[in-house]
Ligand binder design. Structure first.
Ligand code: AMP
Ligand code: ZN
Ligand code: FE
Ligand code: FE
Length: 291
């Protein structure tokens, strides 16, 4: 019984629809999955339905960009109430920030005489939470770059001419927001940003867990973070961070987290969660306005 707790769809910068993602999860024999799109829970309604159709347990979640003491980190919120007004309000703010950032990135690239229009990027993104991979895909479409790596290397990485910082939520506020929405807060892929120096402050602020297993963590780094989690009584999670076809080979199936970890997550949930679960969730949007 295996799960993958870090997956993206085209509701942010993944390429799979929720339905495609759920069918891939089924193909890999996963019994539970979490959708962790960046700064949105909008895909959760369709993902829940698609998972139900494939008899897969669904965990509504999101990945927030946060910051503590100048260190950027990604914070996963699991078992979120996707109708929580504060959560939706904050996410709306981040989505607006992302949209403005795309405009700024395009404007910087245009100053370099690169033939790129805002509409190229928004036409590809077709979602409320656009990001750099959408700009990269637009650059490929315009034949400015051959692939995503080239686009990031030449233009989109930090310290490159098209780089624009993203608005970040203070980590303490992210933790509070996730908890207010009835969720559990888990530090995403600490091995990528080497954000472990932030862990003591995050624990102080109420961190619930660490994503120890990730497609870009080595076995040694996974073990390192499992030890930190155990020493601090934190939950352990893991996921592939699959973005569909964005990075060539889809990563779903590369991390198979034993279901036991999901059981432990559920044990840590506040009891109100189960009260909430007994009510059917209503549809957040018309579900059809995004591809
Ligand atoms: P953003 O949220 O707009 O800052 O974009 C971050 C996303 O870009 C993350 O999902 C990364 O996986 C992706 N990304 C970062 N570097 C690269 C790269 N070299 N090639 C492809 N995708 C990348
Ligand atoms: Zn992403
Ligand atoms: Fe991330
Ligand atoms: Fe991610």
């Amino acid at each position: 019984m295996f799960t993958d707790l870090h997956l993206h769809t085209n509701f942010s910068d993944g390429t799979y629809t929720p339905e495609k993602l759920a069918s891939e999860a089924q193909r890999f024999g996963l019994v539970a999955v979490a959708l962790t799109d960046h700064d949105t829970v909008e895909g959760c309604t369709r993902m829940r339905a698609a998972c139900e159709a494939n008899r897969i347990e669904f965990i509504p979640a999101s990945e927030l960009t946060a910051e503590i003491n100048g260190i950027e980190l990604h914070m996963l919120g699991y078992f979120l109430d996707v109708e929580n007004p504060r959560l939706l309000q904050e996410m709306h703010r981040f989505q607006e920030g992302r949209t403005e950032r795309i405009k700024e990135i395009v404007s910087r690239l245009r100053q370099l005489n690169i033939p790129l229009q805002e509409e190229d990027v928004f036409g590809i993104a077709q979602c409320k939470s656009p990001g750099r991979p959408h700009v990269a895909r637009a650059l490929i479409q315009r034949k400015v770059c051959a692939n995503l790596d080239e686009a990031f290397e030449r233009f989109l990485k930090k310290n490159r001419p098209g780089w624009v910082p993203k608005e970040k939520i203070p980590a303490q506020d992210a933790l509070k927001l996730i908890h207010e929405a009835g969720g559990l807060a888990v530090l995403a892929h600490p091995g990528l940003a080497r954000s472990e120096e932030a862990i003591p402050a995050l624990i102080e602020a109420g961190l619930d867990g660490i994503e120890c297993f990730h497609s870009r963590h080595s076995p040694a780094s996974s073990e390192f973070y499992v030890n930190i989690a155990e020493e601090n009584n934190l939950l352990v999670t893991g996921g592939s961070d699959c973005h569909g076809m964005n990075k060539g080979k889809p990563l779903i199936g590369s991390i198979k987290l034993p279901y036991e970890y999901v059981r432990l997550l559920k044990e840590r949930l506040p009891s109100e969660h189960f009260a909430r679960q007994s009510h059917p969730i209503s549809v957040l949007n018309n579900g059809n306005d995004l591809v």
